[in-house]
Ligand binder design. Structure first.
Ligand SMILES: [Zn+2]
Length: 128
């Protein structure tokens, strides 16, 4: 099955033969890193506001109503379907690769972490 994904950020070409690997517990990205950090994106590939709720920081998508999300490996920009990270055949296809060197991506990641930090403050009752 061919999956076409055009994330709302600049992308870089992917090698169709490459894929992540997993053993049901740990996922190893093509870049060699295992596990985190993965950023959460909606099905279009746009980063989500991890706080959930009805308002989002600029440029972020609402938290998806469906549980299925995409994940983007922060170190290299490769995009995976979260479901594929637990596939029993151990293979995680790559849907796209974000060009992590662009200002557009830097801005999106900064917003993502700003939302995460704001959410953490709320969780810990330190909102001012
Ligand atoms: Zn990676």
């Amino acid at each position: 099955m061919t999956v076409t994904l055009n994330p709302p950020y600049p992308v870089t070409p992917i090698d169709p033969s490459e894929h992540g690997t997993n053993n049901g517990e740990d996922h190893r990205c093509v870049c060699g890193e295992q596990g985190e950090p993965f950023l959460v994106a909606d099905r279009s590939g746009r980063l989500v506001d991890v706080r959930g709720g009805t308002t989002q920081l600029p440029g972020l998508s609402p938290w998806p109503t469906k549980p299925e999300v995409l994940v983007i490996h922060e170190n290299c920009g490769r995009v995976y379907d979260d479901i594929d990270l637990a596939r029993t055949d151990g293979i995680s296809p790559i849907l796209a690769r974000i060009d992590i060197t662009t200002p557009a991506w830097d801005t999106a990641v900064a917003m993502y972490y700003a939302a995460a930090e704001a959410g953490a403050r709320v969780l810990h009752g330190e909102e001012d």
